[in-house]
Design a protein around this ligand. Structure first.
Ligand code: NAD
Length: 368
């Protein structure tokens, strides 16, 4: 997809929307980024925005409740959307239609239907919408992906994720905290490592007897990926002792050998092959995502995480939840088609609705 670019000789001017815990991480990242200028901070609660700018040492930065209004008065090019998931659709839609590019936090939107609407809104407006899936921007994950490419045909990819955080708040009240809030990261990384898209999901989600969560704090999911590869995720958010890293523990099993990654240190190749020479990824974390976003806005290139490319990670989450609730294997294309029908029913922008209606296949609209 082509998108509008900005002149290469001026800084990228950014409004940050959402000044909560992730917003504060973005605030310091934007301020530190070369050739990027933070021009304002929006939060639905302007006092939250003011205290975040003051804490970061920028007490005079303009703040307000509306990111688009602040962008208009400050001449911004783009919005970084670090609001709560339910606000991603309205905040990002308003920004795209105001002629602003958007770099959004994961998940792309609160529902898959809203995610499809945002992909269509990017098409209609010609603005770049990229999703920052922060754990994908990990040089060690890039190295694991390179090793996977050396293993010949691939059979199985596994992730084990076992931790025992006590967050309090909304995560302890969600029906599927592990799948919806956390597992989207490894699901997204699995697509990246395998270079293969999901076909079907079977998942069991459950809550161990000692869990301090209301919903399913543990889950095991098996995804069929393109080419018949299986991706197996098993995790728990109430598993004290022998905790894995926050990235989880990974194994790729292929025709010529295996690669393992503990999620914290460099991956290890165990295969009778001569690994191809590859330079390490220069991008890391949300700073890497911001750098790639800025480059894409200057060059017109399509960045990793462009909305169309990101949506299938959320589709994996919705398919896993649906499988866990129904006890059935779920086809990703069925999940996409139902989300498309819902998006057409809910869409209020006539031209976004027309763009959605023009998609003959959701998968091909996302992967073209
Ligand atoms: N990549 C990661 O590792 C990672 C980690 C944590 C959170 N996140 C994501 O970051 C996002 C924010 O999470 P958080 O933990 O910072 O939440 P938070 O609740 O701490 O902060 C969200 C902020 O958004 C504000 N907000 C809500 N609606 C708004 C609107 N319409 N306009 C402007 N501001 C609005 C809230 O007032 C709040 O200050 C979520 O999408 C979450 O999934 C990502």
């Amino acid at each position: 997809m082509t998108h509008r670019t900005i002149p290469g000789d001026e800084p990228l001017r950014v409004v940050l929307a959402g000044a909560g815990s992730m917003g504060r991480a973005w605030l310091s990242t934007i301020v530190a980024a070369p050739d990027v200028e933070l021009v304002a901070v929006a939060d639905i609660d302007p006092d939250t925005a003011r205290s975040a700018t003051a804490a970061a040492g920028w007490p005079d930065l303009p703040v307000g409740a509306d990111a688009v209004a602040l962008a208009a008065t400050t001449g911004a090019h783009a919005v970084v959307d670090a609001t709560v998931p339910e606000a991603h659709h309205p905040v990002t839609t308003a920004a795209l239609f105001a002629g602003l590019a958007v770099l959004g936090e994961k998940p792309v939107a609160a529902t898959l239907a809203q995610a499809l609407s945002l992909a269509a809104a990017a098409e209609v407006t010609g603005e770049l919408f990229m999703v920052s899936q922060s754990r994908r921007w990990n040089p060690q994950l890039f190295a694991l992906r390179a090793m996977a490419a050396d293993l010949g045909a691939l059979g199985t990819l596994t992730t084990e994720f076992f931790r025992a955080p006590r967050f309090g708040g909304f995560r302890e009240e969600m029906a599927h905290p592990l799948l919806v809030d956390m597992a989207i990261h490894p699901f997204d990384s699995a697509r990246f490592v395998l270079g293969a898209e999901p076909v079907a999901a079977y998942c069991e989600a459950y809550n161990p007897s000692w869990s301090w969560y209301d919903g399913a704090a543990a889950a095991t999911a098996v995804f069929e990926m393109e080419g018949g590869i299986r991706y197996v995720y098993t995790g728990s958010w109430c598993s004290p002792g022998a905790e894995t890293s926050w990235n989880g523990v990974w194994r790729v099993s292929g025709e010529k050998g295996s690669a393992r990654w503990d999620g914290d240190t460099g991956p290890v190749l165990d295969a009778d092959v001569l690994p191809a020479e590859r330079s390490p990824s220069p991008y890391s974390g949300i700073a890497g995502a911001l750098q790639v976003f800025a480059e894409a806005l200057r060059t017109g290139s399509t960045p990793m995480g462009e909305v169309h490319e990101n949506v299938l990670s959320l589709a994996m989450v919705e398919a896993a939840v649906r499988s866990a609730e129904s006890g059935r294997r779920v086809l990703i294309d069925d999940v996409l088609d139902q989300a498309h029908e819902q998006a057409l029913r809910e869409e209020t922008h006539a031209d976004v609705r027309a763009a959605l209606a023009g998609w003959t296949s959701v998968r091909s609209a996302l992967t073209a």
